[in-house]
Design a protein around this ligand. Structure first.
Ligand code: CP3
Length: 355
């Protein structure tokens, strides 16, 4: 194989699968593959005062991005950061409290939307882009020539959920109420987040991300009408803008718990791959999105935690789906902190040994 730029070299397995080339065994990476289940992550995390400091210290963020690649040789490294670093960069407050998750000032007014500052974001994301460059260099220097680097952002709706609610929630009722009762205010927030997401992902690709993923973790709380307006339409705009700058860039969308809206999402946004959550059957996901879109998922994080036969069965379901079409093996949601690292090793071994 000749050495050259990405376009000259053979595609890495993840990029090949997203572009519709046959790949066997299927590429594999896991959401939240860098994190608290790894002792080496906890050791780095202990060196900084808080999670935001970890995300904004390129040397450490790059280190924790590479940790799971060294252990498991995943087909993708995903930038270590958080979806809430974009509102943080735009000047909205953010803190991560131990055991409590993210805390933000609840957004209520047009003035608060107007204060979100794209100029400020351009400067504030500099350390995150430096992490991207360091990870690309690190993957090459450590011999992980087949591992692709994934950049990411939260989808505007999911980011808006945390901003309006002021943190996590079960139903994000305040956010959906704002979408119904103050549609102009909510549209202004969504428009500003969509523009900022385009700039942010563009900068990540310029810094070395080879594919990007849009996490819409709370898309499933939306009615079909609001799903079209606030999940599909902004993702379509983001995908189109990225395609205009980078025609070969594969884009993955993850509208979690979209259910039967998954097909409309895939067709309406133009993504190359869709993340499938644990609640959706892979055969149905395939029928909904058609043959031209890669599926990524959807092993239950609790099956990974359980290990043994539960994990083997879940892995075999994913492998069966991979034999039937474009596929990337992953979880249906992120790795849970108490997951034994040996269970991850067992999953990797089973997928890599698949005939
Ligand atoms: O390894 C990776 O997947 C890359 C890094 C990554 C993180 N968060 C690191 C993180 C990614 C891609 C995310 C995405 C993210 N963040 C999502 C979308 C995916 C999903 O899980 O639905 C969401 C909704 C968030 C928001 C968020 N960040 C919450 C709700 C929390 C607190 C809950 C928790 O798990 O602690 C975080 C914190 C966070 N983000 C941690 C990590 C490793 C834990 C913080 C720590 O180590 O102290």
């Amino acid at each position: 194989m000749r050495i050259g730029t990405d376009d000259e070299a053979a595609d890495k397995p993840l990029l090949a699968a997203l572009r519709g080339q046959p790949v066997w065994p299927p590429p594999l990476w896991l959401m939240r593959q860098a994190g608290r289940y790894l002792p080496e992550y906890r050791a780095v995390r202990a060196r900084v005062p808080d999670f935001i400091a970890l995300c904004t210290t390129p040397e450490l963020a790059a280190e924790v991005t590479l940790q799971p690649i060294r252990r498991y040789r995943f087909d993708a490294a995903i930038l270590f950061s958080d979806i809430l670093m974009l509102p943080w960069a735009l000047g909205h407050g953010l803190a991560f409290r131990e055991g409590e998750g993210p805390v933000l000032p609840p957004l209520r007014t047009a003035a608060e939307v107007e204060r979100l500052d794209p100029e400020r974001a351009r400067g504030a994301i500099a350390p995150i882009l430096e992490t991207v460059r360091r990870v690309r260099d690190g993957l090459a220097a450590e011999g992980f020539a087949r591992t692709a680097l994934i950049g990411f952002a939260g989808a505007p709706f999911t980011v808006a959920c945390y901003m309006v609610e002021g943190g996590g929630s079960k139903e994000f009722a305040a956010t959906r109420t704002m979408a119904y009762t103050r549609p102009d205010l909510f549209a202004a927030l969504m428009a500003r987040l969509t523009d900022a997401t385009i700039a942010y992902l563009t900068a990540q690709v310029e810094a070395g991300a080879e594919t990007v993923m849009l996490f819409d973790s709370w898309a499933g709380v939306l009615s079909p009408q609001l799903f079209r307006r606030h999940a599909i339409a902004p993702a379509r705009r983001i995908v189109a803008a990225l395609r205009a700058s980078f025609p070969r860039l594969p884009v993955i969308g993850f509208p979690r718990l979209a259910g039967t809206m998954l097909g409309e999402y895939a067709a309406g946004t133009g993504v190359d791959g869709v993340g499938v959550d644990t609640a959706t059957e892979l055969g149905q996901a395939r029928r909904l999105v058609g043959a031209q879109v890669a599926l990524q998922g959807n092993i239950d994080p609790l099956a990974l935690l359980a290990g043994g036969a539960a994990l083997a069965d879940a892995a075999d379901d994913a492998l069966a789906a991979a034999r039937a079409g474009r596929f990337v093996v992953n979880l249906g949601h992120g790795i849970l902190p108490p997951t034994p690292p040996e269970h991850v090793a067992a999953l990797v071994a089973r997928v890599r040994a698949a005939a």
